[in-house]
Design a protein around this ligand. Structure first.
Ligand code: ARE
Ligand code: CA
Length: 484
């Protein structure tokens, strides 16, 4: 369950938060496929409660009312079409699976597909679920439970969301049927929402009943779905991330927390020389890594002081480090712009999501940030694809916030998070020749629109990164996007 089954040469997925299926299909064909992205995490696919009382917040999608594939992102036919079109251009689809709970009690009770629920009776007729399918006695998780009481974290309600009992055969069957339906449609795996709130032994049973990935969508025979479990564990938790790594991969929240701290200037970049398990991070193959996610970019979930698109220079620095360094399996966040942390995606008066528009400079409009279309970010995806599994070599630092390293003989990257300029002759490990920096610009014919770097026969090159430059990163590699 730890292999994402990316198409060959691809390494990175992007969370297209709240995007519609038709728009994702188009994005796979016009951008993600050609640019070498490995996959897309989509927002929850199954029917959720409609919450006009909160102006259709983004979080209504975490309130399932049935397993029918109908949400504001589209219906089953649109979902099916998207998966097919994305797989055809080498981009995998990963579904955010909400299997810990069903929607809690609200004054309205209609779902995005028209299904209803009777909350007082724990009755969800569109599944159907009834009283016996939920944990009893009824209880609600408190902040203190996270530190003391693993059983309460698993058996009580997460923010009043009705807590399913995955220990019963009936509930397991409904969940497995839902997930196998998606596998049949060609998805490559799942984010398991709120995994820490379910017993590992129950999850193991569920995972083991999942079908192999659909070979008609280009997956090899016998391929198991990629599963990454959402377990927030920054330390001092009654539930440990280590209880879940024997099952499948885990979201490594310490990764974004530490890199955000460093790139905000709270820790010197030179300490990143041994980035990885020496920092208390999970084994690389167990870790789904990211800087921000849809929760912590707006103070939900673990919260914390996480870099987002709102601090673009430092954010691009942290993302570049994530993509340049071999540790982990990276996931990019692609946001809609927000000030109100509850607000849903751009929508019309009827609550329909408004599609991102694509500007002539390839950035997005209509309120969509599209970090994955920022040149500094998608260029580093190509860097990561190019350098493959090569190790970090020739680490250099100035004893402070200027660092540089090589990835085999394929790539070289430098960072300057100091208040003074970087100007050094450094070992790049690359073949002699000319390269375009993919951060300050791009290769255009035989020229560079940004910095041009000349690597000598000894592999060394003069590198400059001014403290006042638009970006704090410089990157070159042997791929066609950089090598002249
Ligand atoms: C909403 C309202 C609530 C209301 C509830 C029920 O905000 O006031 O009671 O609905 O009607 C998201 C939002 C929630 C929202 C929910 C349902 O974030 O605000 O509730 O959708 O609409 C814990 C969990 C972790 C979870 C985070 C948010 O462990 O799994 O809380 N993250 C996932 C998703 C969320 C989603 C859900 C789960 C629910 O990514 O987007 O919630 O499906 C410590 C602990 C953490 C804990 C954290 C916050 O750090 O270590 O484990 O995270 O505190 O409590
Ligand atoms: Ca539970």
């Amino acid at each position: 369950y730890k292999n994402p089954h990316y198409a060959s040469g691809r390494t990175t997925m992007v969370h297209l938060f709240e995007w519609k299926w038709d728009d994702i299909a188009a994005e796979c064909e016009r951008f993600l496929g050609p640019r070498g992205f490995g996959g897309v995490q989509v927002s929850p696919v199954n029917e959720n409660l409609v919450l006009w009382s909160h102006q259709r917040p983004w979080w209504e999608r975490y309130q399932p009312i049935s397993y029918r594939l109908v949400t504001r992102s589209g219906n089953e036919q649109q979902f099916t079409n998207m998966v097919r079109r994305c797989n055809n251009v080498g981009v995998r689809i990963y579904v955010d699976a909400i299997i810990n709970h069903m929607t809690g009690t609200w004054s309205t009770n209609t779902g995005t597909g028209g299904s209803t629920a009777n909350f007082g009776q724990w009755h969800y007729p569109a599944v159907p679920y009834g009283r016996n399918d939920f944990n009893f006695p009824h209880c609600v998780i408190t902040g203190n439970d996270y530190r003391c009481c693993a059983d309460r974290v698993r058996n009580c309600e997460l923010s009043n969301l009705k807590d399913l009992n995955q220990g019963t055969e009936y509930v397991r069957t409904q969940i497995v049927n839902f997930m196998n339906h998606l596998i049949r449609l060609g998805v490559a795996g799942f984010r398991i929402d709120a995994a820490k709130h379910m017993w590992p032994a129950d999850l193991r049973v569920i995972y083991d009943r999942l079908h192999n990935l659909n070979t008609a969508h280009g997956f090899p025979a016998g391929a198991r779905p990629y599963i990454y479990q959402e377990v927030i564990d920054l330390g001092n938790e009654a539930v440990s991330r280590n209880e879940y790594t024997p099952l499948a991969a885990v979201t490594e929240f310490r990764f974004g927390m530490e890199l955000s701290r460093a790139f905000k200037g709270g820790n010197q970049l030179r300490w990143l020389f041994n980035w990885g398990t020496a920092w208390g991070l999970l084994a690389s193959g167990d870790a789904l890594t990211f800087i921000d996610n849809h929760d912590n970019q707006r103070g939900h979930g673990a919260g914390g002081d996480i870099l987002t698109y709102k601090q673009p220079k430092q954010y691009r620095g942290a993302i570049a480090f994530m993509l340049a360094h071999p540790y982990g399996r990276p996931q990019l966040m692609s946001s809609f712009a927000f000030t109100n942390t509850e607000a849903g995606p751009p929508m019309d008066n009827s609550g329909n999501i408004i599609s991102p528009s694509i500007n002539s400079d390839t950035s997005c409009g209509n309120g969509w940030v599209c970090e994955h279309r920022w040149r500094q970010i998608f260029s580093m995806v190509a860097f990561r694809n190019r350098v493959g599994n090569t190790a970090v070599t020739n680490w250099w630092d100035n004893g402070s916030n200027q660092i540089a390293f090589c990835r085999g003989n394929q790539g070289f990257v430098a960072f300057n998070n100091d208040y003074w300029n970087l100007s050094q002759t450094l070992q790049t490990c690359l073949p002699a020749g000319n390269y375009c920096d993919i951060i300050s610009g791009w290769k255009s014919g035989n020229n560079c629109t940004g910095k041009r770097i000349t690597v000598g026969s000894d592999g060394r090159a003069s590198i400059t990164l001014g403290a006042g430059e638009y970006d704090m990163v410089l990157a070159i590699h042997t791929g066609t996007e950089s090598r002249l």
